[in-house]
Design a protein around this ligand. Structure first.
Ligand SMILES: [Mn+2]
Length: 321
């Protein structure tokens, strides 16, 4: 393979996807109908679904590409949730592995409305076949966080890097099961407890109290709570005060275990970044986020990888200038 084009979270935005593939130089093969590029492959970081208005088109485009061999994909938390939303709970009648609460149904509404029931069944089977990560030699790809202890847990539970039975999927949605915890890290990213460091809960934009912060696993040199915990929203304390700056104290080694120290570049999505890719936040020498919020910006981002061992700012494609 001459190179890989790693594509961010599509979230039902087919127009943006077609524009990006066009910018990258992919062309539709007249006989198969699949976008392709000689000697290159597109790699999707997951989250094809939810939110956007063009689900049918997105699913058709990407499925044709993976079927034809011009693309590969890893599972995102939205594909995982879509399967769980559709799978009945084994013991509780009328209940599904992902509870059909108002919030969960609203988040999944666009997919349910746009993809009819028959097509949905086929696509959910396809989602179930997605690997949870890809290790392609020169690059690694994961939806949210490359974390080898969690991958070992998955391999032990599944016997491979993907699901092959409903029973496995049930375990993966059962809180407290080591498989559930591992999937959370890989598909949603690790979190750090603020309370154990003497910090109060914070309130997010929807008024939900939160006791954990996201871990900046992509920084290889972060050792303190301030460096590791992502607190970049306009968060408030219970009293409506601005949330205090986190202390610059070293955290325990176990809380640093997520930091990526591998030599092979890792590409990931999930984090809704925006603007021009920034060193130290969106990319580092060995990590690069490709999710630049297609839904909000109308532009889907990618990274054109040509064999380099260190991430290059100028290999980002279709990001804001
Ligand atoms: Mn995601």
């Amino acid at each position: 393979m001459g190179g890989y084009d790693i594509i961010g979270d599509v979230h039902g935005c087919a127009t943006a996807l077609k524009e990006l593939l066009d910018v990258l130089g992919y062309r539709v093969n007249a006989s198969s109908g699949a976008y392709e590029y000689p000697d290159r492959q597109a790699i999707f970081v997951g989250d094809l679904v939810d939110r956007g208005a063009e689900h049918v088109d997105v699913l058709q485009i990407v499925k044709r590409m993976t079927d034809g061999g011009s693309a590969q994909i890893v599972m995102g938390n939205h594909e995982f949730n879509a399967i769980a939303y559709d799978t009945p709970h084994p013991d509780r009648s009328g209940v599904f592995l992902r509870p059909r609460t108002e919030k969960n149904s609203k988040q999944h509404k666009a997919f349910l409305e746009q993809v009819d029931a028959d097509a949905r069944t086929d696509y959910l089977d396809w989602f179930m076949s997605f690997p949870l990560w890809l290790d392609l030699g020169g690059i690694r790809v994961i939806h949210a966080c490359w974390h080898e202890p969690s991958m070992r847990e998955v391999r032990a539970a599944l016997g491979s890097d993907r699901f092959s039975s409903r029973e496995q999927f049930i375990r993966a949605t059962t809180k407290g099961d080591p498989l559930y915890e591992a999937i959370e890290v890989l598909l949603k990213g690790p979190e750090i407890e603020l309370g154990t460091h003497g910090m109060p809960p914070y309130y997010d934009k929807d008024g939900h109290a939160r006791t954990k912060a996201r871990v900046a696993w992509w920084k290889d040199d972060a050792t303190t709570l301030r460096e590791l915990a992502v607190m970049d929203g306009n968060f408030e304390t219970a009293d409506g005060e601005r949330y205090p700056t986190l202390p610059d104290v070293e955290v325990a080694e176990s809380e640093r275990s997520f930091s990526y120290r591998g030599e092979v570049p890792v590409f990931y999505g999930h984090y809704w970044r925006s603007g021009r890719p920034q060193a130290g936040v969106d990319f580092s020498r060995r990590t690069a986020c490709v999710d630049f919020s297609a839904i909000k910006s109308g532009m889907l981002a990618a990274y054109r990888w040509d064999g380099e061992r260190e991430i290059r700012d100028d290999h980002y494609v279709n990001v804001m200038n």
